[in-house]
Design a protein around this ligand. Structure first.
Ligand SMILES: [Zn+2]
Ligand SMILES: [Zn+2]
Ligand SMILES: [Zn+2]
Length: 306
């Protein structure tokens, strides 16, 4: 997804998270504001409508990012593009942490729904449809944007939020690699369904989204294969990752930062066998967290320490 960051401009930084806007949003803005045959009486309302879409997508992505930070992950940036937002979140690789980081996005839309629906209801009671038709249509549109985003995101098609929530739930039952594999295959089926919808509805937009989903499922499948290979490796007894609690694999999977020699950091007491450099921290191959070597020893189950 690096191509996204390259074509983006920095908008602002809020709570330590940078928000970027992809250039294609400006195309969308022209389509939405200028060419829109809206029910509004002036172009200003079209712009406000577009700003509301932007605000709702931003809030959704901040939901992901802040939840990710809450579980100890490192969210750093959000990029908004016409297919929605991409929050570059990296939650700790545990099913619970991942589930919360993903679910928090749609939960923002769930929280907004009663507020927006209440406003719409109030408008209906107060007769805004005739007294202030622009205000009323605006509220109606914002409601629709929120609900459509919520429903679409909750489709159980990887990498949509629904698909990733499904993956996190499967993770509890069948493990990290297989849960991703299953979610990705369901994603492929879902993408095939969406392509059919795109053809029937003659929608270039849905076709584009399907292509995006297929691309992500393909990457996900390859990632799942790597995870499956890591899961099958023999493990060191007496060490466990302080973050994900899995024992480190046996093998020369770590690379010395000084002489670039690959070695097994848990077989050599964290000393490079080639240049004798000593390392105080090590990265977990399972969850990617960097922690002091001493913490790995402390985390090992009591039985294995004897
Ligand atoms: Zn989301
Ligand atoms: Zn770990
Ligand atoms: Zn070395």
């Amino acid at each position: 997804m690096n191509f996204l960051r390259r074509g983006s401009i920095h908008l602002f930084r809020l709570k330590g998270i940078d928000l970027y806007l992809h250039w294609s949003w400006f195309l969308l803005a022209i389509v939405a504001v200028v060419y829109r045959e809206g029910s509004f009486s002036s172009i200003g309302w079209n712009m406000l409508d577009y700003a509301a879409l932007f605000a709702i997508v931003t809030m959704h992505e901040y939901g992901h990012a802040l939840a990710c930070r809450q579980v100890g992950g490192t969210p750093d940036q959000i990029v908004l593009w016409p297919l929605g937002g991409v929050a570059y979140v990296n939650p700790p690789q545990r099913p619970g942490a991942t589930l919360w980081s993903i679910a928090a996005g749609p939960l923002v839309n769930v929280a907004l729904a009663p507020i927006l629906l209440g406003l719409w209801y109030a408008g209906t009671l107060l007769g805004w449809a005739t007294l202030a038709p622009d205000v009323f249509d605006f509220i109606k549109n914002v409601n629709e944007i929120n609900l459509v985003l919520l429903l679409f995101n909750m489709l159980p098609i990887f990498p949509l939020d629904g698909g990733q929530i499904l993956r996190s739930l499967l993770w509890f039952a069948v493990g990290r690699a297989r849960s991703l594999q299953w979610a990705v295959w369901i994603g492929f089926v879902g993408a095939a369904g969406l392509i059919l919808v795109a053809i029937l509805a003659r929608s270039a937009w849905i076709a584009l989204i399907s292509a995006f989903i297929l691309m992500n499922c393909w990457t996900g499948l390859r990632h799942a294969q790597i995870l499956a290979r890591i899961a099958k490796l023999p493990r060191h007894v007496g060490y466990a990752c302080p973050s994900c609690h899995s024992a480190p694999p046996v093998g020369r999977f770590w690379v010395c930062g000084l002489c670039h020699q690959p070695f097994d950091i848990f077989a050599t007491q964290a000393i490079c066998p080639n240049c004798s450099a000593r390392f105080s921290t090590t990265r977990c191959l399972d969850c990617g967290v960097l922690r002091p070597v001493s913490e790995w020893l402390a985390e090992a189950p009591a039985l294995a320490r004897t």
